[in-house]
Design a binder for this molecule. Structure first.
Ligand code: HEM
Length: 207
């Protein structure tokens, strides 16, 4: 069981190592990759934001259902994504037409809760890290539309998350890691489904 200072020093590297391959796959996924490499149009930016929304919104609800204390709720990142999408003129959310969304396993214990929150809180660190190059690469009309990526001004949310993990300790490290890996896997699967469904069906030849 991990508690206190050993949590950050022991559990964080375990989580990072166990999810490294999945992180690599997700940041190279065709829905996400345009955020950091290749062509970045308003359309591709909106598609990436919508893919992020498709797991942030339902997972925020699952986190709130598990621990509904205002001090422990994650920042409202899905609302920031919705605001960015609205400013981009993407109306899918308003029309309840945002495609497949995450409907995986919700957290069933404090260890699972922390494992799953790690995926989201770490993702927010990554978002902040790519903000400056992202603004450089965005088309001019999209440059001011980065509420989601701008969410974490410093590491305060990341530090609050680890303080929360300490409050919920003792945690079972294996269970925490399994939940993070499972959640990453579900997000990867969701991204793949969204990608496949967004592509035109191959035209069938009639002769
Ligand atoms: C183009 C897409 C992405 C890029 C370029 C990216 C990049 C990064 C970077 C640069 C970091 C290190 C941040 C730092 O230490 O300050 C990071 C951390 C992290 N990202 Fe991503 N990320 C992407 C997408 C995602 C997504 C979609 C998720 C979750 C589903 C995610 C989960 C994480 C996690 C959990 C960490 C923390 C790893 C640790 O413990 O240090 N990332 N990411």
């Amino acid at each position: 069981m991990a508690t206190g200072a050993s949590l950050y020093e022991d559990l964080r590297p375990k989580l990072r190592e166990a999810t490294k391959a999945a992180h690599h796959r997700i940041d190279h996924h065709p829905l996400m990759a345009p955020l950091v490499r290749g062509e970045l149009t308003a359309r591709l930016y909106g598609d990436a934001l919508l893919a992020l929304y498709s797991f942030h919104a339902p997972s925020e609800r699952a986190f709130a259902a598990f621990l509904n204390d205002p001090d422990t709720l994650p920042p409202p990142r899905s609302a920031w994504l919705a605001a960015d999408l609205d400013r981009l003129g993407r109306t899918e959310i308003a029309q309840s037409d945002s495609g497949p969304v995450w409907c995986g396993q919700p957290p069933a214990s404090p260890s699972e809760y922390i494992g799953m929150r790690y995926v989201i809180e770490g993702g927010s660190l990554g978002a902040r890290a790519i903000l400056a190059p992202l603004i450089e690469r965005l088309p001019p009309e999209c440059k001011p539309i980065t509420r989601f990526f701008d969410g974490q001004q410093d590491e305060r949310d990341w530090l609050s998350f680890w303080a929360l993990a300490e409050r919920l300790a003792p945690l079972d490290p294996d269970e925490t890691v399994r939940a993070a890996v499972r959640f990453f896997g579900e997000i990867e699967h969701l991204a793949e489904r969204r990608w496949q469904e967004s592509r035109p069906a191959p035209s069938s030849s009639t002769n």
